[in-house]
Design a binder for this molecule. Structure first.
Ligand code: PEP
Length: 246
């Protein structure tokens, strides 16, 4: 089964109204690319304007987090339904920065993934090990536990992002061999959970993907695209990463 690659940019807590200029460059650049989907996940303040700017283009807009409930007295939170209403098509859930700084458990991440689906968004569920776990040979055990706890039990409408925590924003990356082994492990876990439909789930790699390492990391078997942090803030770099699939 051919899975169309996806390169998604996580802008984190970066971007102002004026940043729409980068999005416009991405929209223009994607026309020259081949079979690849692009997504930009700006902060919630920009979703509505970015979705308007990207309408009709090959660039989808996503959120970075959502609350499990659709509405209510939860000051400062944003529901999946609100993201959908603002024009998002997907939402990242369980990013390691949310797990680390906001204490999000696997159960909370699963609730958010289910909320995303309820609202008609595709959840991008993030998993990944810390360096000590990789060094101790426990990377698959840790990632397997996160998949078991965070993924919806049924229905394969989901994207998984494998993001080794020690590779995020550090300039360090696993070897292509380690990425391949982990993505194969995740694929097996998805097919044992979802059956044949697990073959259709896209598994993104994330963690210090840059134009100069994109080809090596993103052409590995079972790597169906990338979740890009820092390099996604610059349209030229983001497009250069996506051009691996052209
Ligand atoms: C991320 O935070 O999802 C990420 C992959 O960041 P970076 O590309 O900057 O390592």
């Amino acid at each position: 089964m051919a899975r169309r690659p996806l390169v998604a940019g996580n802008w984190k807590m970066n971007g102002r109204k004026s940043s729409v200029g980068e999005l416009v460059k991405i929209i223009a650049g994607v026309r020259k690319l081949g079979e690849v989907d692009l997504m930009v996940c700006p902060p919630a303040t920009l979703i509505m304007s970015f979705a308007a700017a990207a309408r009709g283009s090959r660039v989808a807009i996503g959120g970075q987090d959502c609350f499990p409930l659709p509405a209510g007295a939860f000051t400062g939170d944003i529901s999946a339904e609100m993201l959908k209403d603002a024009g998002a098509e997907a939402v990242i859930v369980g990013h390691s920065e949310r797990r680390q700084y906001h204490g999000e458990t696997d159960a909370a991440v699963r609730a958010k993934a289910l909320a995303a689906r309820r609202a008609g968004l595709v959840p991008i569920v993030c998993v990944g090990e810390i360096r000590a776990d990789r060094d101790a040979g426990r990377a698959c055990e840790v990632v397997g536990g996160e998949l078991d706890g965070s993924l919806p039990e049924t229905g394969a409408q989901v994207i998984v992002a494998y993001e080794p925590i020690w590779a995020i924003g550090t300039g360090m990356t696993p070897t292509a061999g380690d990425v391949g082994a982990m993505h194969e492990f995740i694929r097996e876990s998805l097919t044992s959970r979802y059956g044949e439909a697990g073959q259709d789930v896209r598994i993104l790699y994330g963690g210090s993907v840059k134009p100069d390492n994109a080809k090596e990391l993103l052409t590995v078997a079972n790597v169906d695209g990338a979740l890009v942090g820092g390099a996604s803030l610059n349209a030229t770099d983001f497009l250069a990463i996506a051009s691996v699939y052209s």
